[in-house]
Write a protein that binds this ligand. Structure first.
Ligand SMILES: NC(=O)C1=CN([C@@H]2O[C@H](COP(=O)(O)OP(=O)(O)OC[C@H]3O[C@@H](n4cnc5c(N)ncnc54)[C@H](OP(=O)(O)O)[C@@H]3O)[C@@H](O)[C@H]2O)[C@@H](O)CC1
Ligand SMILES: Nc1ncnc2c1ncn2[C@@H]1O[C@H](COP(=O)(O)OP(=O)(O)O)[C@@H](O)[C@H]1O
Ligand SMILES: [K+]
Length: 511
């Protein structure tokens, strides 16, 4: 799913109005009907007070039109117009008139007004600012936003939390609505997914208002939101007349004394992702534990007991994942360096592989093109230095990925894969995955997918999704709190099944 900028959304708006021969007011009415139906289907006429805070632009217009529909359905509403400018939009004014025609009189909040009382049991509709926000809200609007945030009431934001710019970090953090739920008009916004801006919303959902796909379809975007249909189309089915050689021989290189488990988990995840054969390449000290715990894997050991001193794989692997639990001691660095210099097949590089690259950035030029690098935020910071904000981080990371022709997987709540100037934002995963070893599992999955013939970008997008889904399946069985990396591994199979599960038909069977 494409993520459009505010400018593109305005263009889609215009294109739809022209091509469907409707008025902008009709488009606003579609939005209001969708908003109303969402609320009505949940509230079912409940006797709750709904306070609508509406700006004077089209976001406010959506709110005012919604107020009318709510009132007509018998809800108790209070409408507040947040009067932050003299320039009111045409469709706002039109809807305000319609409201007045029905004898509904909003109160107008100005810079010297006292703030309305809000009970924690009220429902707030936040339609103050939408994607038209282009500067900081003035102080009194900021105070109103703070007042709403402190109310403990359920806050439903229309399109985007008010005060949150569509493609920028807000400068005053407490002048942004903290939305319990955002009903976003048809298209998700980039700020929903970044750590610094995603914190302003708890949950979000899209409301389809029938924007014309004739415009949206061909339009280029910098970021995609990766959802099930995209991932399904990448899946490479197992062939009937196949054998283990068909699915590749992966090698997981890493480990050191006390950190052999990382390699074991990656090797296990690699097998679960479907790699035909898996070899673990580790220091001697891990031999027995891996052979015992993971009988499906083969093991090659370094001469040294406790860490790697040379990496010589005596065959041509289909894929190599390297760096986990490896350490960054002098001899390990040497072994990694000479391995990089003699390897030209794309690698999956994680953990200490990344830390070594950060220490010796001159090695980047030896990283094979199309390798996947999977930094968590700290590893990324070691690689690209400090960033001003999340947008700056994305630019710097994109520049690094483009410079070396690598696939950069920025791990996080919404993991973002960057390649060739474009970004792919993942939609699966949960806080239970913030647990030791879950990154090692990802390395194993990515390596296993490359071994099976997925290209690096597809392996990254598909693998990150599958990893998150396996985490979601695990959490659904065991709670967020009890998710362990080995649990994620054992649910990779269920995640594969989940990819193609047919939706259940209400009240019937899906035979
Ligand atoms: N296709 C779609 O998606 C559809 C979208 N729809 C809805 O339209 C919404 C966008 O509406 P919008 O363009 O009128 O902008 P909105 O956010 O209401 O702001 C209003 C004006 O406020 C101003 N302003 C900005 N910052 C300010 C500040 N800090 N303090 C004071 N003033 C400030 C600025 O005007 P300026 O003062 O710069 O002239 C701005 O124009 C969108 O989010 C969605 O809800 C639907 O109706 C149907 C179709
Ligand atoms: N709150 C979260 N929501 C979703 N995914 C998360 C969350 N926290 C961590 N993850 C995922 O878990 C993995 C953690 O990786 P990493 O930090 O390298 O762990 P480790 O070093 O312990 O293996 C990443 O894939 C990350 O995207
Ligand atoms: K809003």
């Amino acid at each position: 799913m494409k993520i459009f900028t505010a400018q593109q959304i305005y263009q889609a708006d215009k294109f739809t109005i022209e091509h469907q021969q409707i008025s902008s007011d009709q488009l606003m009415e579609r939005a209001a009907i969708q908003l109303f139906e969402w609320m009505h289907s949940r509230l079912q006429g409940a006797e709750v007070i709904i306070q609508l805070f509406c700006g004077i632009g089209n976001n406010g217009g959506d709110g005012i039109a919604l107020a009318r529909l709510l009132k007509e359905a018998g809800y108790t509403i209070q409408v507040h117009v947040v009067n932050y400018s003299e320039t009111r939009s045409k469709d706002f004014l039109l809807n305000l008139e319609r409201l007045k025609d029905r004898k509904i009189w909003p109160d107008f909040i100005n810079d010297d007004s006292s703030l309305p009382e809000i009970s924690p049991n009220d429902i707030i509709v936040d339609a103050i600012f939408g994607i038209g926000l282009n500067r900081e809200p003035s102080d009194w609007v900021g105070k109103l936003i703070q007042h709403i945030n402190q109310s403990q009431a359920f806050v439903l934001s229309v399109d985007i939390p008010s005060g949150l710019p569509a493609s920028q970090v807000p400068s005053t953090t407490d002048h942004v609505i903290r939305a319990s739920y955002v009903l976003s008009i048809q298209l998700p916004k980039l700020v929903f997914f970044l750590p610094e801006t995603g914190v302003y919303l708890n949950q979000w959902e899209l409301l389809d208002i029938g924007l014309n796909t004739g415009f949206l379809g061909p339009e280029q975007v910098a970021f995609h939101f990766v959802t099930l249909p995209e991932v399904q189309s990448m899946y490479r089915p197992r062939l009937k007349f196949s054998h283990k050689g068909t699915y590749g021989h992966s090698v997981i290189v890493g480990g050191s004394y006390g950190k052999i488990g990382a390699v074991q988990m990656a090797a296990d995840a690699c097998l679960r992702a479907g790699s035909g054969l898996v070899t673990a390449y580790i220091p001697e000290c891990g031999y027995e534990s891996i052979q015992t715990a993971l009988p499906e894997a083969m093991v090659l050991t370094d001469e040294e007991d406790n860490f790697l001193t040379s990496i010589d794989i005596p065959f041509d692997p289909s894929a190599i994942g390297i760096g986990i639990g490896m350490g960054t001691g002098e001899k390990v660095v040497k072994a990694f360096e000479s391995f990089l210099k003699k390897t030209d097949q794309p690698l999956v590089i994680d953990a200490d592989g990344l830390n070594i690259l950060s220490k010796k950035p001159e090695l980047f030029k030896y990283v094979p093109k199309a390798s996947i690098l999977t930094p968590h935020p700290k590893e990324l910071q070691r690689m690209i230095g400090d960033w001003k904000d999340d947008f700056d981080k994305l630019e710097k990371a994109k520049a690094l990925a483009t410079k070396y022709g690598i696939v950069l997987v920025l791990k996080g709540v919404h993991t973002i894969t960057l390649y060739n100037g474009l970004g792919y934002i993942n939609s699966t995963g949960n806080p239970g995955m913030a647990t030791a070893g879950s990154g090692d599992v990802l390395t194993g999955i990515l390596t296993g997918l490359i071994a099976q013939g997925y290209d690096s970008l597809q392996a990254a997008i598909f693998g990150v999704y599958l990893h998150g889904l396996a985490g979601d399946v695990t959490a659904s069985i065991e709670s967020y709190d009890a998710v362990k990396a080995t649990g994620i591994i054992s649910n990779i199979g269920k995640a594969y099944l989940e990819l193609f599960k047919r939706p259940e038909v209400e009240g019937g069977n899906t035979a």
